[in-house]
Write a protein that binds this ligand. Structure first.
Ligand code: SF4
Length: 495
């Protein structure tokens, strides 16, 4: 797959911390975790962030509060790089904490952009941790700067911080509600004050946010795998547009922060982003992906000897394809799990070398076989082309590529980094042309209807989703100037 998590090639940040990837995209994104009421809140948050590490590897940070003061530690790298000394966590005292992991980018401003963001104001100290993207952050920031606001980061989270502290409202909750009603986009936001933990989800529920219970403590996280890791129980999804405020004594209050619109959770969470052991909108990701593979086998059968999946993210779909088709599933690609997570290798040649470092075909399995290669998506097509070539070098007689999602043709504006639109291999190309581009004997994608059916088969239907990167049906309108700036102009990828 265009699997970005371990093969983070050269990327450059856009103005709002949105990164391109020369070979990948969509790239996630961020993960958030928060807890109220635990004497070791920072330690629990540390474990929660490790569980969410797949959502971001650039930087990690935790802010804790003991009811009077906030303390923070954040840095570049994996959670365990940033929190490599027990003393670091020991300094984060208090019973409330929030944490954040962010996807890696290059550029000198990264540490400044690491989250949580901590601000001091007449409302006291506030820390914000945010997963998502505000589509109108640019013009709002311009307005705030015209009015004298000073920004120290280039992430849209700081726009939210300004809007919250400037709100002339009595309570923090009202200030947050006032702020988020001025912005649009997809977001899951955690806010920590000296004595409160606030969680807010965008009105379409595009970005995931869930509530859990650990003994007497409340926890919130992007994905339920974090609850499993810390021993918490999943309670429910934070509803679209809902604000949860947890304060003294663990009292939790729910308010409608923004009028909820039609729920449109990000389909790519189901296809790829969320961990296979996570549960979103009531369904397990492994089960959904397996069903997508089954549906793909029904829609696009192949005459072949073996089915293999691109590790790790496409294994669930590949096993579903194999079961439905009756073609044996095999382990055909071996992933090296120990290569460095950041390959800043800009040239095409080096990229091919990087892929070989990461994935090695199992010649004994592949030689002389007609292979179905299942992947969850194709973005630029570069990785797919190299994978097909690798399999042929290993002796595959035929390579039939099957993709467990529809063609990825449009940019995401809601918190998923995407490559430049013009570099998307499916943009303006029919499937046959993409097949020729990647060199496969055949290529088929799962249809949009098939994908929805596959998820619906697990959810009893009734869900709609954000499908904008497939259909261009954007649940939140995107400003034209933001679109141009963020995804097609300005700072480019490396080629
Ligand atoms: S456009 Fe929608 S479905 Fe696609 S990655 Fe973005 S939020 Fe997810």
């Amino acid at each position: 797959m265009d699997d970005h998590r371990d093969l983070a090639l050269a990327m450059r940040p856009y103005r709002w911390g949105i990164a391109t990837h020369p070979d990948k995209g969509p790239i996630d994104e961020c993960g958030v975790f928060g807890i109220y009421g635990h004497p070791e809140a920072a330690g629990i948050t540390h474990h929660g962030l490790i569980a969410l590490q797949h959502r971001g590897q650039e930087s990690a940070g935790i802010v804790a509060s003991d009811g009077e003061a906030l303390t923070m530690h954040k840095g570049m790298g994996l959670v365990n790089d940033v929190f490599d000394q027990p003393a670091t966590l020991d300094k984060l005292k208090g019973h409330i904490a929030i944490g954040h992991v962010r996807y890696s980018t290059t550029g000198s401003s990264n540490l400044a952009n690491a989250q949580p963001i901590l601000v001091n104001s007449r409302k006291g100290s506030l820390a914000l941790a945010h997963n998502g993207n505000l589509v109108d952050a640019d013009p709002i920031r311009d307005r705030l700067e015209d009015e004298g606001a000073i920004f120290s980061t280039s992430v849209d989270t700081e726009v939210l911080a300004h809007l919250i502290v400037r709100a002339r409202k009595e309570s923090l909750e009202e200030s947050v509600i006032h702020a988020i009603n001025q912005v649009h986009g997809g977001y899951a936001l955690l806010i920590l004050s000296e004595d409160k933990l606030i969680a807010v989800r965008d009105p379409h529920g595009i970005r995931p946010l869930q509530l859990g219970r650990l003994g007497d403590c409340w926890v919130v996280a992007s994905e339920s795998c974090a609850f499993d890791t810390v021993g918490a129980e999943f309670v429910r999804e934070v509803a679209p547009g809902e604000l949860l405020s947890i304060s003294k004594g663990g009292v939790i209050r729910s308010k409608t922060a923004v009028k909820a619109a039609e729920a449109r959770p990000c389909m790519f969470e189901f296809i790829y982003f969320a961990r296979p052991d996570s549960q979103l909108e009531g369904v397990n990701m492994h089960a959904v992906r397996k069903e997508m593979g089954r549906e793909l086998a029904r829609e696009a059968p192949a005459e072949a000897d073996i089915v293999i999946g691109v590790p790790d993210s496409s294994i669930s779909a590949a096993t579903g394809y194999a079961e439905e088709s009756g073609i044996p599933y095999e382990v055909g690609l071996i992933k090296n799990r120990y290569i460095a997570r950041t390959f800043i290798l800009p040239s095409q040649l080096k990229r091919e070398a990087a892929l070989k470092l990461k994935l090695n075909p199992l010649r004994k399995v592949i030689e002389g076989k007609r292979v179905v290669l299942v992947d969850d998506s194709i973005v630029r097509g570069t990785t797919s082309r190299h994978l097909v070539a690798l399999l042929r070098e290993a002796g595959a007689r035929e390579v039939h590529m099957r993709i467990s999602s529809p063609p990825y043709r449009n940019a995401c504006h809601y918190g998923i980094d995407t490559t430049r639109v013009k570099d998307l291999v499916a943009k303006g190309r029919e499937v046959d042309a993409i097949r020729d581009e990647i060199g496969a004997d055949s290529l088929n994608y799962l249809s949009v209807d098939g994908m929805i059916k596959a998820v619906g088969a697990r959810t009893d239907g009734g869900h709609s989703f954000c499908l904008a990167c497939f259909t261009a049906d954007y649940p939140v309108p995107v400003l034209e100037n933001v679109d141009k700036f963020a995804f097609e102009g300005g700072k480019d990828g490396d080629d």
